[in-house]
Design a protein. Structure first.
Lengths: 307, 436
């Protein structure tokens, strides 16, 4: 999990295709000049350095637990798949797929909720002149400055009074209320760049706000939607504190909490199982990113056509 | 990176929350009728939370199944987490007034929760629902804060020294026999490391890096680390002098190099077969054997060195306690569960020494201990003369203080701090923790 987090949560990495789309070189023939070879060699070395922790993680999933102190090398001395067998079996009578499906449910609900609510809110901020829009916008940006730890107590007490603790609702409802100011802001900026002429043309044809939003705005902010979806998925998938506080029954735990249950510094720790489940937990994020990153680049590329 | 950030977030959270705990904590539950009894016919649901791993979860499942055979009308909803996460979750729940009915509890948090009125005073249940036959009075006193019993110890442990005879033999190092003075131990470390460091094995890690060894020095003089009021009972000079006791072993290569310790953390040098001895709590043996792997089948457990022959520098510490939330709707049923966890032979049979040596004699008698467990019991019997009264319940934030000491010890080993600088940093950090 740790390595996954450090590799794909940085916004800079996602922005790279946004600001630097593969420039025209697609058709040029790829001759191997000495300079090019040097560049490739340097890139390969960098890639190895960056990928080494991942490789270590993967190979360590085959180490028996007792080897972690005595063999820090890359290759396991006595490889075993027991770690995987143990992890699949689950914890305290709860099978692994249960944690997996909890994580998946939370992540998918968060993606749907964030896309739905943030885009609606962004449309309102960008296109509708309502009373107090400026203040509300400033307040929305202001919530970006509030650390999670400040709001968590009042939020917890609220959900507790509603008797929703130990259900998924406290983790899902906020996503449907456009509380992720970062994404609202992202989409507002996107919508502001879309020429108003398009809205006006649609209005002349008799379209209302809803119609304009659905037929004009949504298709044009696809790249922003995809960026938001990727971030929301990864953040929710890796979220630890939220589920920790709101979910108390082990059968409701998502993966980030479950993978810590093999570790107990006060008695015994099963490092092999911890690493194996960490690796398994990493795969969906990797897949999600690989699949949607393509859409992201596509979205940016087609955007040039809208003129 | 990720972990330190996480930890810092945890500390911020803990600090924010403990303030809130103090504000909202005064909603204590009403005191029960004296001699209240539990009505076995009533249908009751209890929330129960503990920290531990998958192994302990299975043990609790077993114990609770036995509980339900006896009390079929009490449904127990179980929740469990790792130790640090367990406390993050409890802090938020405490602020929301929504603690689980029954909790596995830790000594280091007992003062904070008790003083904020978050735990149910158990005095009225003692000798009633909660049987105290099997407990020595000084063991029961461990759970007393400001004259009220708020927790019952489930297991105890003592500071001791683990040795690895097999590793000593393979690497050519001699084996420490236990006891003696700290100078004897220093000499041993240098000798053993000189004999075995060619094989990558050392006598032990730098013992000045553990606050418990400093505590032993204080207690050898008849003083505790902290006063009853929770004030530090030592000066910066004393800490610097203590750190300097390790200068000899650090400069002569008598301890595991700091860099190696850093690389294998959270495992210790002993876990990874690099050290022949380690000073630690006596219930760590099973963990060591697990981490050492199948190559090692037995460990030695002997008494730590002492600064003053004949002093009572050791004590029994609760490895865990059980407490009841002040806000529980079912105090009688909760007390019944606590009684079962600390007294029932069925629970003891399920756990063995997973929770430390059982605190109650009733549970101890139910166990036929063998191997390491028997060694632990033998060890605690052997140090009976050195066992004094337990120190006052630890100050709020003791865990953070202990960890800071360990960090400084590590830096002493890396040579980035001198004993004086280490002592100064410890005092600065301790002030921050104690005054937050």
């Amino acid at each position: 999990m740790t390595t996954a987090g450090s590799q794909i949560t940085s916004p800079a990495q996602l922005e790279v295709p946004l600001v630097a789309p593969p420039a025209g070189g697609r058709r040029r023939s790829l001759k191997l000049t000495p300079g090019r070879i040097a560049v490739y060699a340097a890139l390969t070395v960098l890639a190895i350095i960056v990928l080494y922790p991942m490789l270590w993680l993967f190979l360590s999933t085959f180490k028996p637990s007792s080897e972690f102190g005595q063999n820090q090398g890359l290759l396991p001395e006595s490889p075993t798949i027991d770690n995987y067998l143990k992890v699949i079996e689950g914890i305290g009578g709860i099978p692994l797929w249960r944690f997996f499906s909890n994580s998946l449910l939370l992540a998918v609900a968060a993606v749907v909720g964030t896309l739905f609510s943030s885009s609606l809110a962004a449309y309102a901020f960008a296109r509708i002149r309502f009373k107090g829009a400026g203040i509300f916008f400033a307040a929305m940006i202001g919530t970006l400055l509030l650390p999670f730890h400040v709001i968590i107590l009042p939020q917890y007490i609220m959900f507790q009074r509603l008797d929703l603790v130990d259900t998924f609702w406290p983790l899902i409802i906020p996503k449907f209320l456009a509380t992720e100011a970062f994404f609202v802001f992202l989409m507002v900026q996107f919508i502001r760049n879309i020429p108003r002429d398009m809205d006006e043309a649609a209005r002349i044809d008799g379209a209302g706000h809803l119609r304009i939003f659905m037929s004009i705005i949504l298709p044009l902010i696809k790249p922003a939607l995809i960026t938001s979806a990727i971030f929301t998925f990864i953040w929710t998938w890796n979220d630890f504190l939220g589920p920790l506080i709101y979910l108390t029954s082990p059968e409701n735990y998502p993966l980030p909490i479950a993978l810590r249950l093999y570790n107990d510094q006060t008695s015994t720790s099963d490092y092999g199982a911890t690493i194996a489940i960490s690796f398994v937990a990493l795969l969906p994020v990797l897949l999600f990113f690989l699949v949607f990153q393509r859409f992201l680049v596509d979205g940016v590329a087609t955007q040039g056509l809208k003129g | 990176m990720f972990t330190t950030r996480k930890r810092r977030a945890g500390i911020v959270l803990a600090a924010t929350v403990s303030a809130a705990v103090a504000l909202t904590g005064c909603s204590g539950g009403g005191s029960p009728e004296p001699g209240a009894t539990f009505d076995p016919e009533a249908e009751v649901t209890l929330d129960f939370a503990f920290w531990g791993n998958d192994v302990r979860a299975d043990l609790y499942n077993e114990a609770l199944a036995a509980f339900n055979e006896e009390y079929p009308n009490i449904t127990v909803n179980v929740s469990f987490l790792g130790f640090p996460e367990f406390w993050e979750a409890r802090q938020v729940e405490a602020a929301g007034g929504n603690l689980p009915d029954v909790m596995q509890f830790d000594y280091s948090y007992l003062r904070q929760y008790s003083e904020n009125g978050l735990l149910l005073p158990l005095d009225d249940y003692l000798g009633g629902i909660i049987d105290t036959e099997g407990f020595e009075q000084n063991i029961l006193d461990i759970g007393v804060v400001n004259d009220q019993t708020t927790a019952i110890p489930a297991g105890t442990n003592a500071w001791g020294m683990y040795t690895n005879p097999q590793l000593a033999e393979e690497s050519g190092a001699p084996l420490y026999e236990g006891g003696g003075s700290w100078e004897d131990y220093n000499d041993y470390l240098i000798e053993a490391s000189a004999a075995a460091s060619a094989n990558g094995v050392y006598g032990g890690a730098d013992w000045t890096g553990r606050i418990q060894n400093f505590e032993l020095h204080k207690r050898a003089q008849g003083e505790n680390l902290f006063t009853d009021e929770g004030e530090p009972n030592f000066t910066q000079e004393e800490v610097a002098e203590f750190f300097a006791l390790g200068d000899e072993i650090r400069s002569e290569g008598g301890s595991v190099p700091g860099q190696q310790l850093e690389e294998i953390y959270p495992l210790s040098a002993f876990d990874s077969a690099r050290a022949v001895t380690e000073l630690t709590w006596d219930n760590f043996g099973a963990g060591y054997l697990g981490n050492l792997g199948e190559g090692y089948t037995e460990l030695g457990l002997v008494a730590p060195p002492t600064a003053e022959e004949g002093s009572q520098d050791l004590y029994l510490k609760p490895s865990m306690l059980h407490a009841i939330s002040a806000g529980t709707d079912h105090p009688e049923a909760a007390a019944t569960l606590v009684d079962f966890l600390v007294n029932a032979p069925e629970t003891a049979e399920a756990f063995g020494t997973n929770r430390g040596l059982p605190a109650s004699q009733t549970q101890l008698d139910a166990l036929s201990l063998e191997g390491l467990d028997a060694q632990i019991q033998e060890y605690e019997d052997s140090i009976a003369d050195r066992l004094g009264d337990a120190p006052p319940v630890p100050v709020v934030g003791y865990g953070a203080i202990e960890e800071e000491w360990r960090q400084i010890g590590l830096e002493l080993g890396l040579g980035t701090l001198t004993p004086e600088e280490g002592a100064e940093r410890f005092f600065t950090e301790m002030e921050v923790v104690l005054n937050s």
